[in-house]
Design a binder for this molecule. Structure first.
Ligand SMILES: [Zn+2]
Length: 283
């Protein structure tokens, strides 16, 4: 490979020669020769190949790769007098690009590995802890008052999925009781909603559901949650409307008992809905 000193020397010569050329007889014969070589007859007319323009003096196109010829120069003579230098410059550039490409590819692979790991973790979490909805109901006294006055007897939770690709459900509460339980017990229900994965799930729905009213007492040992297990029911078929009828516990908790413990604290009630997804995860 050419060393720096040789290059500098030849550059100097080139500049001097070129100056004389352009003054006397432009265009230089070397230019014509180059043009002929570049116009390859094999190149299809429909796909234009970007070609370095050799007309007139211009900066060296290899600047990006490290050539220091920033001032305009006659390119054919500039390159032909230092072919080894330009080849080596180009080689270095290609090598650097190759390293960059490899690094980008490695980064991409690492990113995909992390994404896959995250998806796997999510699946494992659902398997380990089952799927549940923890429904926090604020402004409890307002809900209770509205229910008593028959303004709004039922409140609904946000819809939720029993698993990543599971059933879609919604929970509901009648604070002042539903039907026969009105004025006696708070009622709690769930309903199956139309979901994205219904087409590949088993019907009728056949997995246990557990409703829990959480006791918010500060000491864990003192807490007495109210649990209700929902087993079989008539509304477990695949929904053909937005949601099926609700099912659950009309007498979920006696209204007087609701005032005990710390089921209501800071005007807030927590209802937890746990779905046993063990069998479901076989899908
Ligand atoms: Zn150059």
């Amino acid at each position: 490979m050419a060393n720096g000193k040789e290059n500098d020397a030849s550059k100097g010569k080139t500049k001097a020669k070129e100056g004389a050329q352009s003054a006397t007889k432009p265009p230089a014969p070397a230019e014509k020769k180059k043009k002929k070589i570049l116009k390859s007859p094999k190149a299809p007319a429909s796909t234009p190949i970007p070609i370095i323009e050799y007309k007139g003096p211009r900066p060296c196109p290899f600047i990006e790769f490290g050539c220091e010829q920033k001032e305009a120069v006659d390119l054919p003579s500039h390159i032909s007098t230092q072919p080894v230098r330009h080849l080596s410059i180009l080689n270095d550039g290609v090598l650097a690009m190759k390293i960059d490409t490899r690094r980008m590819y490695t980064d991409w692979e690492e990113l995909m590995r992390r994404l896959n790991r995250a998806a796997l973790m999510e699946d494992r979490m659902i398997k380990a802890y089952g799927s549940h909805l923890l429904w926090k109901i604020d402004n409890w006294s307002e809900h209770m008052a509205a229910a008593k006055e028959n303004h709004k007897t039922v409140i609904f939770s946000p819809g939720f999925y029993t698993a990543r690709h599971g059933y879609r459900m919604v929970a509901s509460i009648a604070p002042y009781g539903d039907g026969k339980a009105r004025g006696k017990s708070m009622s709690a229900f769930v309903a199956i909603m139309k979901g994205d994965w219904d087409g590949i799930l088993d019907w009728p729905y056949g997995h246990p559901i557990k409703l829990s009213l959480l006791d918010q007492s500060e000491a864990l040992g003192q807490r007495q949650n109210i649990d209700f297990n929902i087993e079989n029911n008539a509304f477990l078929r695949r929904p053909d409307r937005e949601r099926n009828a609700s099912f659950g516990a009309q007498h979920f908790i006696d209204l007087n008992m609701l005032k005990t413990m710390e089921y209501i604290k800071d005007d807030t009630v927590f209802l937890r809905i746990v779905i046993d997804t063990e069998e479901m995860l076989g899908h």
